[in-house]
Ligand binder design. Structure first.
Ligand code: AMP
Length: 408
C-alpha cells in the first residue's frame, strides 16, 4: 500500500511516501518556512535518485500539501501517476493526552478529542491539526490515521505516571506523566525483542533515545513501565537546549531573583539550558565531542566535559533505576542522533556497569556509526545485550496507517 507519512510543524511539513508492502521509501521531502517569506520545498525521489528544490510562496499548509502532491506526481521527480495512488495518509501527532493509547483512524470524534489536546503541546498539536486539515481539504476521501508520540507510553501504571501533586490537578488539567518519542521506543524495543530470541513477554529492555531531544524508557514484556519525559518533553535527561529533571523549586526561585515571567522561564528551560546552557557554547553534541577530543587546551573543554558528564551520569542512573523497576535487564538500546553516532557517549555510559551484566565491546562500539543495521556492541559474554538500533519513527507511522486503512 502507498502511504504518505506527514509530520507537520508550525511552519514546516515533512513527508515520506512509503510502499508498505516492501517498507521502501519512494520519496521524501520538506516544505519549509510555510506562511513566511522565502517558503521552499525540497523533494527527493528515491527510486531514480532524482531531486528538486523550489522556492515558491506557501501561504499555509494546504498550499504546501498541494505542492507535495505535485512533486509526487511530477513526470520527472515524481513516483506516482496521480493522487489516486496515495492510498492512505499517516500523521505524526506529538501529544494525544490520555485520549489515545494507540493509533487511530481519523473521524469527527477523533478530531474533536485532538482539539482538546491542543494545550498539552501548544507548539506541536495546532500544527498537526493544520496538517490534517490540509490533507482533508485535498484528499477528503482517503483514510487518515493519527499516530501519537505519547501512545506507546499509555501502559504505565499510576505509580509511574502520577506526580505527588494535589490530585485535583490531574482531574482538572490532566497533569501526569505522558512520555514522548513513543514511536521510536516502540520500534527499537520491538527490534531488540526479536534479537533477544525469547518470547516478547519475557523481555526487559531499556531504550535510550538520545538526540537533540532525549528520552529513556523501560519496556517490560513489550509494554512501557516507565519513561523519562513527563507531562511535557522537558523532563528527563539533559538535552541539546532543554534542562531535563531539576528541583522544581528552582523555577520559582529564579523567577523571583531574575524577575521573570512564566513564559520567560519556560523559554530558558526549553531553549537556553541543556548542553547550550552548561557550555555557553553549543547545543550540538558534535561540537561538544570535538572539544573533548581536543582536550584541556581547548577553551571550551571544561564546560563541554561537564555537560557530557552530566548526561552520561543521568543516563546511567536511568538505566539502573529502570533495571530496578523491571526487576532485571536483558538489553540496553541506543538510538537517535547521538545514540546512533556517539561512540564516546556509549562507551562512557557502559563503563562500570558490570553489576548490571553490561560488558561493552569497545572495538565494535568504536566502529559503529549511524547505519541501517542493528549492531550488537556488547561482548559475546556480556549477560546484558547492548545494541545500536537505528530508529525509524516514520516506518512505524506508515505500518500503523496501512494496517488501519486496510481494515477501513
Ligand atoms: P536527532 O534529534 O535524533 O536528529 O539527533 C540530533 C543530534 O545528534 C544532533 O544535535 C547532534 O548533536 C547528534 N549527532 C549527529 N551526528 C553525530 C555524531 N557523529 N556524533 C555525535 N553526535 C551526533
Amino acid at each position: 500500500m502507498n502511504v504518505l507519512v506527514v509530520n507537520a510543524g508550525s511552519s514546516s511539513l515533512k513527508y515520506q511516501l512509503f510502499d508498505t508492502n516492501t517498507d521502501a521509501v519512494l520519496a521524501r521531502g520538506l516544505c519549509d518556512r510555510i506562511g513566511i517569506e522565502g517558503s521552499k520545498i525540497k523533494h527527493k525521489q528515491l527510486v531514480k535518485g532524482v531531486e528538486r528544490a523550489l522556492e515558491t510562496p506557501m501561504a499555509d499548509h494546504s498550499v504546501a500539501m498541494k505542492l507535495v502532491v505535485e512533486m509526487l506526481t511530477d513526470t520527472e521527480v515524481g513516483c506516482i501517476a496521480s493522487m489516486d495512488e496515495i492510498e492512505a495518509v499517516g500523521h505524526r501527532v506529538v501529544h494525544g493526552g490520555s485520549y489515545f493509547s494507540k493509533s487511530i483512524l481519523l473521524n469527527d470524534d477523533v478530531l474533536a478529542k485532538l482539539e482538546l489536546c491542543r494545550d498539552f503541546a501548544p507548539l506541536h498539536t495546532p500544527a498537526a491539526i493544520t496538517g490534517i486539515k490540509a490533507c482533508l481539504a485535498i484528499m477528503p476521501t482517503k483514510p487518515q490515521v493519527l499516530v501519537f508520540d505519547t501512545a506507546f507510553h499509555q501502559t504505565m501504571a499510576p505509580e509511574a505516571y502520577m506526580y505527588a501533586l494535589p490530585y485535583s490537578y490531574y482531574e482538572k488539567y490532566g497533569i501526569r506523566r505522558y512520555g514522548f518519542h513513543g514511536s521510536s521506543h516502540r520500534y527499537v524495543s520491538a527490534e531488540m525483542a526479536k534479537l533477544l530470541g525469547k518470547p516478547v513477554e519475557e523481555t526487559k529492555i531499556v531504550t535510550c533515545h538520545i538526540g537533540n531531544g532525549s528520552s529513556i524508557s523501560a519496556v517490560k514484556g513489550g509494554k512501557v513501565v516507565d519513561t523519562s519525559m513527563g507531562f511535557t518533553p522537558l523532563a528527563g535527561v539533559e538535552m541539546g537546549t532543554r534542562c531535563g529533571d531539576i528541583d522544581p523549586a528552582i523555577v520559582t526561585y529564579i523567577m523571583e531573583k531574575e524577575n521573570l515571567s512564566a513564559a520567560e522561564i519556560n523559554s530558558i528551560m526549553n531553549k537556553k539550558s541543556g548542553f547550550l546552557g552548561v557550555t555557553e557554547f553549543s547545543s550540538d553534541s558534535r561540537d561538544i565531542e570535538d572539544a573533548l577530543i581536543a582536550g584541556p587546551s581547548d577553551p571550551n573543554y571544561e564546560r563541554c566535559k561537564l555537560a557530557n558528564d552530566i548526561l552520561v551520569y543521568q543516563i546511567k542512573k536511568y538505566i539502573g533505576s529502570y533495571a530496578a523497576a523491571m526487576n532485571g535487564l536483558d538489553a540496553v538500546v541506543f538510538t537517535a542522533g547521538i545514540g546512533e553516532n556517539s561512540t564516546i557517549l556509549r562507551e562512557l555510559v557502559c563503563e562500570n556497569m558490570e553489576f548490571l551484566g553490561i560488558e561493552l565491546d569497545r572495538d565494535v562500539n568504536a566502529k559503529t556509526l549511524r547505519q541501517s543495521d542493528n549492531v550488537r556492541i556488547s561482548t559475546e559474554s556480556s549477560k546484558t545485550a547492548v545494541y545500536v538500533i537505528p530508529t525509524n519513527e516514520e516506518l512505524v507511522i506508515a505500518r500503523d496507517t496501512a494496517a488501519l486503512a486496510a481494515n477501513n
